[in-house]
Design a protein around this ligand. Sequence first.
Ligand code: PNS
Length: 245
Amino acid sequence: MPHRNREGHRKRSLAVFPGSFDPITNGHLDIIGRSLSVFDQVTIAILVNPEKHPLFTVEERVAIIREAFPGEQRVQVDTFSGLLVDYAERVGASVIVRGLRAISDFEFEFQMALMNRRLNPRIETVFMMPAESYSYLSSRLVKEVFQLGGRVSELVPAVVERRLREKYGTGAAVRPPARPPSSKSERGIHSGASAPNSRSERGIHSGASAPNSKSERGIHSGASAPNSKSERGIHSRASVRARRT
Ligand code: PNS
């Protein structure tokens, strides 16, 4: 039943979509679009974390996201520090939206959702799955690919690509996109090789075979993701947290 205020008017539903957004990607945009089909308003809440060393300052990230949603009244951009549930309560949101790209995201998200519920049982966490084509997409990989000259134009809004160019200089992202394979052999059909869209080729690993080191995960940048399991607060086999953002 919809919540109503004292005058009997339906209360507008507000969801908070929290994250680092360094930078926002089309995967995030996908989740925001889906959230807008369920909630009246979505506040994109950027965590201010002095311990992290982001590529874009908080102010830059706010400006980028605002530019990515021109004239969209139902989307707000805000920043927060401290506990997420406290922020959500303060702004009158009863829902936290998080994206789940793959099973590898699940364990950390599950921990976080349950901790948030323990901290404030009035706030629910809702998980949404982005389009499959974004299941491998992360802010971290976007930065790395761009920096190394790969194209990211289909992966981020135009404003992000422009800002990346400003940050890294115009030398990046000049490598042409790969042409799609045309022959059977190029597609690996004759050889019995695994399908090109298999999990491992997309960089998604099940809990059973999750890679442990950064290099195994194909992550080579000097970004400041927590390295050890204990740093990430994860004490089981899962070791995929660094791919999260
Ligand atoms: O985009 P990210 O980095 O995956 O987002 C993580 C975020 C910002 C949602 C998470 O780190 C967070 O909520 N931080 C706020 C501090 C907090 O509330 N911690 C307890 C949650 S279990």
